[in-house]
Structure formats: structure tokens, C-alpha cells
Design a protein around this ligand. Structure first.
Ligand code: KG4
Ligand code: ZN
Length: 303
């Protein structure tokens, strides 16, 4: 990895309490040329050194994807290089291969982001079989909504993670989602938190909110790992990857190590490769050189 330049839009969206798609797309357009210069400078490469351009084709916000693909195609035309479209979710898995270059499929992946909580088997490069998913909210979405209920600003996941550190989950127990098989569900847990806060009204001080954050976090994390362990039990696999933005969570990282220990080797990308980044998209393209030219597909699954 020669360079991995990230521009965070947190400041832009903060006052709205969440991502505003139109602002996000326009900001992509304004920032991308400069980010590209930074990446080329940081990597100390010239356009002539570049073999291929990889860009996210989906799933994601349509406007942002369009800007990315438009810029990639412009570069491809200017530099006479092929442009390939990469699946965003594949990128999260390939962040683990950037982390441990000797890592190879077959592997079992838990991909947890703002929009996905997927258990996938990856038998070979470029092949993914979804064996578990969420019925309602994704884990990241659940963290973001819980954080808002607890009066934490946007972005919620990291703020809830910090607040939970000073809490004690056993003082405010919340239900643990339990669906049969490998399915997740976080909406009931979210409602339980809502009702608890409503019942407590103004008795929910700083310590109570920290306890609730810890309890919410523990329920989500244990549910995620319970199904990961069940998948591993059903069909053992030597390599496990836990990735996506939520894999930056402190408790998830600690508990994943404990749960996977002795059953498989675990790879979790460092924090800056867990949350969305361009290096993981380049890595997915690197290991799958035959990917087709790109079209924008906002609601693409794993295909
Ligand atoms: O993969 P990602 O960067 O973007 C998507 O593809 O969605 O994931 C973003 C999600 C957000 O919901 C964010 O709140 C969550 O990851 N997240 C966290 C933490 N850091 C980011 N959730 C819990 N604890 C964290 N430390
Ligand atoms: Zn993502």
C-alpha cells in the first residue's frame, strides 16, 4: 500500500445528524481531484506507473458512486488505462488481505458496516456466498440510531463506543437478539432502548447513559459473534475475517479475538482500513484482475 488518502465528510454532515446524499455527492466532486494529487504525491508515482484504475460501483449512494465512476472514467480516458468496477463489500473483505498479505481464501467473513451485517463464505478470490444477513437494521445503523437516542451526535458508532467504555452493561441489561439460524435482527433491541429511556425520563444521567451504551453495545456484539461462532461450528474454516466500519468497535475487536481463538485464525484490518477507504477497493481489483468495466449499481448485493 503506497498511499491511502481519506477525506472525512463528518464536519459537513454533522449539523444534519446524518449523511445528506446531495451534499455528499457534491463534496466528492469538489474533493476528488485534490485527493488524487495527494495520493499520487504520497505514493511517489506518475500516471505512467499506473496499470489500472479501480472504482467502487456499489452498493452505496447513487450520487457519490456516479461522481467516482465519472472521475475514474475521465482518468482512464486521459491516461489510456482500463477502468474496473469493484463491489464495495468485496473491498471490505480485501482490506484484510492488505492487512495480512499471506491470507488466502477459503475464509469466513463477518462484514459489518452502516448498511450491512453479512456472514459470507469466500471459497476463492472473487467468489462470495452470503450465509447470514440482517432482517432489519444493519449493526452500524443500529449503533448510529442508539447513539442518537442517547443524545450523542453524529457519527454515532464511535461516540457510543467511547461512552460505553465508562459504562457497566450489567446495570442496565437489554435483550439479546436471538433469531434461529444465521439471521440477525437489531430492531427489537433498538425499541427496548427507546422504551427504557422513555421510562427513565430525566433519571437517565451520564452514568445511566453510559451503562445503557455498554449494554446496547454488548447485545449487538454478542449477537454478531454468536452467529459467527455458529457458522464456524457448522462448517469449519481456517481463516476468519471481521471487517467493515463496525469492526473498528473496541468491544467487538476484543471479543472477536476471544471467540475465534482456538477455532481459526482471525484477521481484523486496522481501524483506518475498517471504515470506508480507497485502498481496499484497489486491493479487490488487484486480486481480481478480470473485473469488467464499470457501471453504477447503487443497491448491488455481493454480485
Ligand atoms: O463501512 P463503513 O465505513 O461505511 C459503510 O459502508 O456503511 O461503516 C460505517 C459504520 C457507521 O454506522 C459507523 O457508526 C460504524 O460503522 N462505526 C462504528 C465504529 N466506528 C464506525 N460502530 C461502532 N463502534 C465504532 N468504533
Ligand atoms: Zn463500507
Amino acid at each position: 500500500m503506497l498511499a491511502n488518502v481519506i477525506h472525512s465528510q463528518l464536519e459537513l454532515h454533522k449539523e444534519f445528524g446524518g449523511v445528506v446524499p446531495e451534499l455528499a455527492a457534491r463534496d466528492h466532486l469538489e474533493r476528488l481531484p485534490h485527493l488524487l494529487d495527494l495520493a499520487l504525491d504520497g505514493a511517489r508515482v506518475q500516471p505512467a506507473d499506473i496499470g489500472r484504475i479501480a472504482v467502487t460501483r456499489g452498493p452505496g449512494l447513487a450520487g457519490c458512486l456516479l461522481v467516482g465512476v465519472g472521475v475514474a472514467e475521465g482518468l482512464g480516458a486521459a491516461w489510456s488505462r482500463p477502468v474496473t468496477g469493484v463491489n464495495h463489500l468485496w473491498g471490505h473483505i480485501y482490506a484484510a488481505l492488505l492487512t495480512r498479505p499471506e491470507l488466502e481464501p477459503p475464509l469466513l467473513g463477518l462484514v459489518v458496516s452502516g448498511a450491512h451485517s453479512d456472514l459470507v463464505r469466500m471459497p476463492a478470490h472473487g467468489r462470495f456466498e452470503v450465509i447470514g444477513r440482517t432482517r432489519d437494521d444493519a449493526a452500524g445503523e443500529a449503533f448510529d440510531k442508539a447513539a442518537r437516542m442517547l443524545g450523542l451526535g453524529y457519527p454515532g458508532g464511535p461516540a457510543l463506543d467511547r461512552l460505553a467504555r465508562s459504562g457497566d452493561a450489567s446495570r442496565q441489561p437489554l435483550p439479546r437478539p436471538s433469531l434461529p439460524g444465521l439471521e440477525y435482527s437489531f430492531s427489537g433491541l433498538k425499541t427496548a432502548l427507546l422504551y427504557r429511556l422513555r421510562d427513565m425520563a430525566d433519571r437517565a444521567g451520564q452514568q445511566e447513559r453510559a451503562d445503557l451504551a455498554a449494554a446496547f453495545e454488548a447485545s449487538v456484539v454478542e449477537s454478531l459473534l454468536e452467529k459467527l461462532a455458529a457458522a464456524l461450528e457448522k462448517q469449519p474454516c481456517p481463516e476468519v475475517v471481521v471487517c467493515g466500519g463496525v469492526a473498528a468497535n473496541t468491544l467487538l475487536r476484543r471479543r472477536a479475538r476471544e471467540v475465534v481463538a482456538g477455532r481459526a485464525r482471525l484477521t481484523m484490518p486496522p481501524l483506518e482500513l475498517c471504515t470506508d477507504n480507497a485502498a481496499m477497493i484497489a486491493a479487490a481489483s488487484h486480486f481480481n484482475p478480470a473485473l469488467a468495466p464499470t457501471t453504477v449499481e447503487p443497491s448491488l448485493g455481493w454480485d
